[in-house]
Design a protein around this ligand. Structure first.
Ligand code: ATP
Ligand code: MG
Length: 246
């Protein structure tokens, strides 16, 4: 079973949107998919409750709910035949929270939006995620998703410049699209919409799925090692690596 965790300490960056769309895309490809919602807001579980029964099945796990009769690990366990587990995480996770949520992850996806506030928050989240001990194996599994990007806008260019500071792959750029809001209202992912409606947005999802599959096929890629970290207005991380995700 591969475990894919969606993180960003900043609220509203697109974690739930990406979690539910990823779960839908994996289910559509025949994966036995589980969606673990760790956010007390329960948005992913709410989305799943609206999901039409004729669409590919996704198992929901309300990780935020605590049942005193069950052990925590039993409560969070996906069905035994699960092949893909997607974790939607809450905003506001600190370094320890990020460490706990991403433990054992095969892939970590981080949506980043293009405002100054989002970029600043993302910088700290990336630093929290990658700095400190036991980070090497995690670093090579991180991919950024540039979210709600309007092409040729100042925000889009600022985000592009920011992301160039990192040797972390930008696995996709998602358009700001009503398809995400509309599909979410009915428990669907983009992949469940008619092709004519979703095609423009689905290109980006091919990139995400390709990156995940490449990671799955070569899990022992050399880790990137943090070389330099400056703290200040612009925190820059640089990583050495001998091969890149593609
Ligand atoms: N690419 C997109 N295009 C259009 N709307 C989007 C896109 N991504 C996210 N949204 C919208 O932005 C809002 C916030 O997204 P979402 O709930 O996924 O963020 P989040 O990171 O899960 O938030 P929180 O931290 O509160 O859990 C939602 O209304 C969602 O529909
Ligand atoms: Mg959310």
């Amino acid at each position: 079973m591969r475990k894919i965790v969606i993180i960003n300490s900043k609220g509203g960056s697109g974690k739930t949107t990406i979690s539910v769309n990823l779960a839908a895309a994996l289910a559509a490809r025949g994966e036995r998919t589980a969606l673990l919602d760790l956010d007390p807001q329960g948005s992913s579980i709410r989305w799943l409750k609206q999901r039409p029964t004729e669409l590919p099945c996704i198992t929901g796990i309300a990780g935020f709910r605590s049942d005193s009769n069950l052990t925590r690990s039993f409560q969070l366990a996906p069905p035994a035949d699960t092949t893909a587990l997607v974790l939607d995480t809450p905003a506001g996770l600190d370094r320890r929270g990020l460490e706990a949520a991403t433990r054992g992850a095969d892939a970590i996806l981080m949506p980043v939006m293009s405002s100054d506030i989002d970029i600043h928050a993302a910088t700290h989240c990336i630093a929290d995620l990658l700095l400190g001990s036991k980070t090497e194996s995690r670093a090579k599994r991180v991919g950024i998703i540039a979210n709600r990007v309007k092409p040729n806008t100042r925000g889009g260019k600022r985000l592009k410049r920011f992301l160039e500071n990192f040797d972390i792959p930008v696995v996709a750029t998602l358009r700001d699209s009503v398809n995400y809001t509309r599909s979410a209202e009915t428990g669907q992912g983009l992949v469940d919409l008619p092709l004519w409606q979703a095609q423009k947005d689905l290109w980006a999802w091919d990139g995400i799925m390709d990156w995940l599959n490449a990671l799955q096929q070569s899990p022992s890629k050399p880790a990137k090692k943090p070389l330099r970290v400056g703290v200040g207005g612009a925190v820059r991380l640089a990583f050495s690596r001998s091969s890149s995700h593609s």
